[in-house]
Ligand binder design. Structure first.
Ligand code: SF4
Length: 380
């Protein structure tokens, strides 16, 4: 592997608490009334000090506070974490520091405090611009709060993004078209647009809710691509759209197979060809950090086959696809060796894949059925 071992890495901090649990959510998020903010702050700082011991000589290129709802953290905790990161590793000059936020009044009035603490990019969970849909999705904010949060984000941050969920039951092409057009009036160069999926373990799944008809889902996806391309915000990843230069640099680390370290309950890392997992349950995580000075649950060395497959699964989510050079640098193996020759040929002929001897890219049609394309493409 010829990549420099001291290349920068991304840091992910997981805050596992929310004010309520949304019925579609399968993230590691919990409602808790007894959060000891000092204890959590100390635990994050302690975990940073521990992981520094194995990641010295690297600098940090991006930091992402995700959750859960990290905008429920105290700004002083965010600041303490950022100060510790700067003190231990040092940050790259253009470091991107993102915080996921929800748009309740309480949270949007802390945006300024988070900016002062060092956050320079916000990702806001708006999810819909329709009041009835917010209710259906079990969101804790109102439409007025959503609009106020977007205005405050625009006043406070040079970079922000927000999420919307589509492919909802009863959604028509027309209503999605007008919602998207309104969303674009609030956008500052980045939007995340996710199709509603019904995940096992969620309330929607328990209620027996069904995903929308596949054909309508495909039409909604096509409409999304058309409107966002016209707005000069094409999809750079299946669900993420940006004006050129406004892509989430942190998420690109995941999709391009670069290395990152995650701390907090359930966070995981890919660092120097190891997969590292932190303890999932928040109470067990914090107990372990306190008593054993580590929140780590397990680690495993990834062999070349696992790295290669992971790179393909992630890299082909990107519009720009996967570069053969990059693949070979990270795995020591030519890209074509990992591909099924007949499968590649078939996918090219069917118009699902472009291959120019350096970049392997999914076409727009290929991105719509990526899992099926990957099954044909990858030699296991
Ligand atoms: S706010 Fe986000 S993380 Fe929390 S329950 Fe809702 S979808 Fe899940």
């Amino acid at each position: 592997m010829s990549y420099s071992l001291s290349r920068p890495f991304g840091l992910y901090i997981h805050w596992p608490f929310c004010v309520s649990k949304c019925p579609y959510c399968d993230f590691n998020s919990h409602v808790s009334s007894g959060i000891d903010a000092d204890l959590w702050q100390r635990a994050y700082v302690q975990e940073l000090e521990r992981i520094y011991q194995e990641s010295k000589n690297h600098r940090v290129s991006s930091i992402f506070f995700g959750g859960g709802t990290p905008s429920l953290m105290r700004a002083q905790t965010v600041e303490a974490i950022l100060n510790k990161i700067e003190q231990l590793w040092g940050m790259c000059e253009n470091v991107e520091i993102t915080l996921e936020a929800n748009p309740t009044t309480v949270e949007s009035h802390t945006f300024r405090d988070f900016r002062t603490a060092g956050i320079n990019r916000l990702s806001i969970g708006i999810q819909s611009l329709h009041a009835d849909v917010l209710k259906f999705l079990g969101r804790a904010h109102s439409m007025d709060e959503a609009r106020t949060a977007l205005d405050l984000a625009a006043q406070t941050f040079d970079r922000y993004s927000f999420d919307l969920i589509y492919a909802r039951p009863d959604q028509t092409l027309e209503s999605w078209r007008s919602e998207l057009k309104e969303a674009l009036t609030y956008s500052k160069g980045h939007l995340s647009l996710y199709q509603l999926t019904i995940e096992p373990g969620t309330d929607f799944h328990k209620q027996g809710m069904q995903p929308i008809d596949e054909e309508l889902g495909a039409d909604l996806f096509d409409l999304t691509q058309d409107i966002l391309e016209t707005a000069n915000m094409p999809a750079y990843e299946i669900s993420n759209h940006a004006v050129q230069g406004q892509e989430s640099r942190h998420n690109l680390i995941y999709w391009q197979g670069d290395h990152y370290i995650g701390i907090g309950p359930g966070a995981h890392s890919r660092f120097q060809n190891q997969a590292i997992h932190q303890i999932y349950k928040p109470d067990l995580w914090i107990k372990s950090v306190q008593e054993k000075q580590s929140g780590e649950q397990k680690r495993k060395a990834l062999d070349i086959d696992e790295r290669a497959i992971e790179l393909l699964l992630m890299g082909l989510r990107l519009r720009d696809g996967l570069s053969a050079d990059h693949f070979e640098k990270l795995t020591g193996r030519p890209l074509l060796h990992q591909l099924d020759t007949q499968g590649l040929q078939d996918m090219i002929e069917l118009g699902f894949i472009d291959w120019d001897q350096n970049y392997l890219r999914p076409t727009e049609d290929g991105r719509k059925c990526l899992n099926a394309v990957l099954e044909k493409l990858i030699k296991i």
